[in-house]
Design a protein around this ligand. Structure first.
Ligand code: NAD
Ligand code: UDP
Length: 344
């Protein structure tokens, strides 16, 4: 019997790529999503790419226990859950912290309560490298103290703690994956990142400059203590991240004892904003116009993590390089200049 997995937020950027990888591996899926930041078209394309019909869909909010129960009750019993549904914009979390605590923490609490009711205690949770705050020592290791500096990271930290308490009190198997910066798209160009409005993040901004939808990139700060003065992050291909979820889930299904696993998921190599701009230009042959502007409030100079624990425990490491991230991200942008909206 194939394992059946509930994916909350499965229509989103990381969720849709993970759904595709899991379907290709023979899993049965139920996606719960309220389309707050995504489109049902992403799931249609996942089905089309995999040729699989083993994907059920429930439209609903993860904070709504009835909706989560509907997802549990559609089809056979659920063996495990991957919890992507949540909000992720740092600036927005500062402007509207209650919304972030509600969706990210309360949503996770409702989901965990439904999982308890259904005696499903295997969970992969989307955490973030921003839980490390403003570190000064690199690379970051999982056992280093967390010190979140904005509500977004604080909510993720709180969920990690809530899940830790569940693991200590009951027979749960939980993995908290602290992602660094996922970019790129599936190589088909059929699914990818589809930010609403002006992108907050560097990579979709660059692809939109390349396509002519934006006139130039504004680089936030040129006086950071880095090799070229621009901020450093660890960018990883979204397909590598999707594969990390499938191996994590496989690991939890094999676990014989309850436990909480916390893993950095990145390449281990930091790149500056200018490294990414020049890497994109080289990979695609397209010039990216940019100007330097003030630092963005809340940005840290550098985030770079050690992914060795994921390699030791899961045998997972990122396989795709910056050139591939750029080529695949550009293929998606070129084929879908307005994201999913104009390509029904
Ligand atoms: P995304 O916005 O593309 O996907 C999130 C999905 O959750 C969307 O489909 C959205 O419609 C859905 N959703 C939001 N609120 C919901 C609710 N209340 N009920 C049901 N569905 C809801 O974001 P993503 O980049 O795919 O991120 C997925 C997860 O990974 C998020 O929890 C995010 O915080 C985390 N994360 C993302 C990054 C990143 O850089 N993209 C980095 C670290 C962690
Ligand atoms: N960045 C930038 N211009 C943009 C968006 C981002 O210079 O339009 C920089 C930002 O200051 C940071 C890096 O790119 O150094 C990555 O930012 P992003 O928002 O993509 O990820 P995060 O800050 O969440 O790690």
């Amino acid at each position: 019997m194939p394992r059946r997995v509930l994916i909350t937020g499965g229509a989103g950027f990381i969720g849709s790529h993970t759904a595709l990888v899991l379907l290709e591996q023979g899993y049965e899926l139920v996606v719960l999503d309220n389309f707050d930041n995504s489109s049902p078209e992403a799931l249609e394309r996942v089905k089309e790419l995999t040729g699989s019909n083993s994907l059920d869909f429930v439209e609903g909010d993860v904070r709504d226990l009835d909706a989560v129960n509907r997802a549990f009750d559609c089809g056979g019993p659920i063996d495990g859950v991957i919890h992507f549904a949540g909000l992720k914009a740092v600036g927005e979390s500062v402007a509207d912290p209650l919304r972030y605590w509600d969706v990210n923490l309360n949503g996770s609490r409702v989901l965990a309560a439904a999982m308890e009711q259904h005696q499903c205690r295997t969970l992969v949770f989307s955490s973030t490298s921003t839980v490390y705050g403003e570190p000064e020592v690199f690379p970051l290791h999982e056992q280093m103290p967390t010190a979140p500096v904005h509500p977004y990271a604080q909510t993720k930290c709180a969920v990690e703690q809530m899940l830790g308490a569940l693991c200590r009190s009951r027979d749960w198997r939980v993995a908290c994956l602290r992602y660094f910066n996922p970019v790129g798209a599936h190589p088909s160009g059929r699914i990818g990142e589809d930010p609403l409005g002006i992108p907050n993040n560097l990579f979709p901004f660059i692809t939109q400059v390349a396509s002519g939808r934006r006139d130039k990139l504004r680089i936030f700060g040129q006086d950071y203590p880095t090799h070229d003065g621009t901020g450093i992050r660890d960018y990883l291909h979204v397909m590598d991240l999707a594969e990390a979820h499938s191996v994590t889930l496989g690991h939890l299904f094999q676990a014989t004892a309850p436990h909480q696993l916390t893993l950095n998921i990145g390449t281990g190599y930091g790149l500056s904003v200018l490294d990414v701009v020049h890497g994109f230009e080289q990979a695609t042959g397209l010039p990216i116009a940019y100007e330097f502007v003030e630092r963005r409030p809340g940005d840290v100079p550098k985030l770079e993590g050690c992914p060795q624990k994921a390699k030791d425990i899961l045998g997972w490491s990122a396989q795709r390089d910056l050139a591939q991230m750029c080529r695949d991200g550009w293929a998606w942008q070129q084929a879908n200049p307005m994201g999913y909206r104009t390509n029904p």
